[in-house]
Design a binder for this molecule. Sequence first.
Ligand SMILES: [Zn+2]
Length: 168
Amino acid sequence: MGNTFEALGTSGGDLYLSNGGTDVFFDVLTLAGCALAESVWESNLVLLFADGHRLGRGTDGFDLNSLPWTADWPAEKAFVLRVLDLAMTRHGWGLLTYEPPFALDYLRRYRAMVDGWPAPVAVETPATRPDWSVPPPPGFLERCPKHGIYQGMLGCRLCDPTLQPLPE
Ligand SMILES: [Zn+2]
């Protein structure tokens, strides 16, 4: 059981991750995204990562096209690439209680997908709250005092013992 991340129209294939791999993927994307998000759209995207794979185990893969892109999508795509680039520098990985040996590979493959994705196409099933021009509830953007990432709807994902392996 796992999750498939797709990007209809990309030249970069798709990315299948186990449930554990998906947790890691969202951990490292949240760490990088929380350091970069400024606009309302960007904050909403990073909340998708922060709250990702918390409730719907094995059902949280999504097609890139299902994100609520706006007319400003080229800048939004550039932001996704910036998050991936920062994540690939291992940004914040010292806060993880585990070694993520495969995360760089996930990030490289996903970056190739996003980079090779030409433009949004209309899809019927949105991945999340459909209107990312609306600011998220302020409490969602409060930072975990220990990890500095968004609390999100479900609390800091790095403080969640159901997601994080216990330190040795
Ligand atoms: Zn935390």
